[in-house]
Design a protein around this ligand. Structure first.
Ligand code: SAM
Length: 258
């Protein structure tokens, strides 16, 4: 049903890290009222069960080597949908402004004179380690954390990985699985070899998986990475708080002692 008499508006909503109940109340209320929803690949599809029966849901996801729409097409679709139907929810994984191109979308929509609202979401950068009981900061262990992309627009690793590795901060690397060896080799140049790291895949979902080791032994886990699933890499002494790290270490001591 067309709604052109209503005020066109786009609401960028953070859908949270994966679990359906890790969205904000405000974000869920926006989904319930939307005339059109444009949603990304990492959004939990169960959230779409909260839409009005009349609302249109359009998948605009971009995963590695598989883009349904270019970013320019998504920008235009947001504007066209708002003008034609009224309220559009742009539903994005995690928080819209953490590696989500949310800023670009806001700029484009505003340039067309359309109202925009942003409803923050719980970023995977924070929620995924937290869900595994890994604190990103801890007194006397880590005073800060860096959230860095593992793949820049030209396919390389970010130069900030070397800078972060030279600090004592916890490193949280998104979109880094395909560059995992490059990243770990870079970090190894600056951190001691017993620094623990973890890869968490499908964080906060029922099929969540964690791989854990020290950076000296990073090659041991390469064959266990599932490149079809989202994952984050966490590097730093706080990872030792995870019980699996202790088990790994005890196993290693037993193997070398007996
Ligand atoms: C394009 S970025 C978007 C990040 C999102 N805006 C956020 O705040 O979480 C996508 C990356 O986030 C990370 N990611 C998102 N959801 C995840 C999850 N449930 N488990 C592990 N990593 C996740 C992965 O590194 C993935 O490649």
């Amino acid at each position: 049903m067309k709604n052109s008499m209503k005020n066109p508006k786009v609401i960028l909503v953070g859908a949270g890290p994966g679990a359906v109940d890790l969205i904000t109340v405000k974000g869920l209320n926006a989904i319930k009222k939307a005339d059109v929803i444009l949603y990304d690949a990492l959004v939990n599809k169960e959230l779409l069960q909260n839409t009005k029966p009349t609302s249109k849901c359009i998948y605009v996801g971009k995963r590695f080597n598989s883009h349904t729409f270019s970013q320019e097409e998504i920008n235009q679709l947001l504007v066209d949908s708002a003008l034609e139907y009224g309220t559009v929810v742009r539903l994005k994984g995690g928080d819209p402004f953490v590696f989500g191109r949310g800023g670009e979308e806001v700029n484009f929509i505003e340039s067309k004179g359309i109202e925009v609202e942003v409803i923050p979401g719980i970023s995977s950068a924070l929620a995924v380690p937290s869900n595994q009981g890994i604190p990103l900061t801890k007194r006397s262990v880590s005073e800060s954390f860096w959230v860095i992309t593992g793949t820049t627009s030209d396919g390389n690793i970010s130069k900030d990985i070397a800078l972060g590795a030279q600090s004592s901060a916890t490193l949280i690397i998104l979109m880094g699985l395909r560059n995992f060896s490059l990243i770990l080799n870079e970090v190894k140049k600056y951190r001691h070899k017993y620094t623990p790291f973890a890869i968490i895949q499908n964080g906060t979902l029922v099929n969540e998986n964690i791989l854990i080791d020290t950076i000296a032994n990073y090659k041991n886990i390469i064959d266990s990475i599932d490149y079809t699933c989202p994952g984050i890499i966490i590097i730093g002494d706080v990872v030792a708080e995870h019980p699996a790290f202790l088990e790994e270490e005890i196993q290693r001591v037993l193997e070398t002692t007996f």
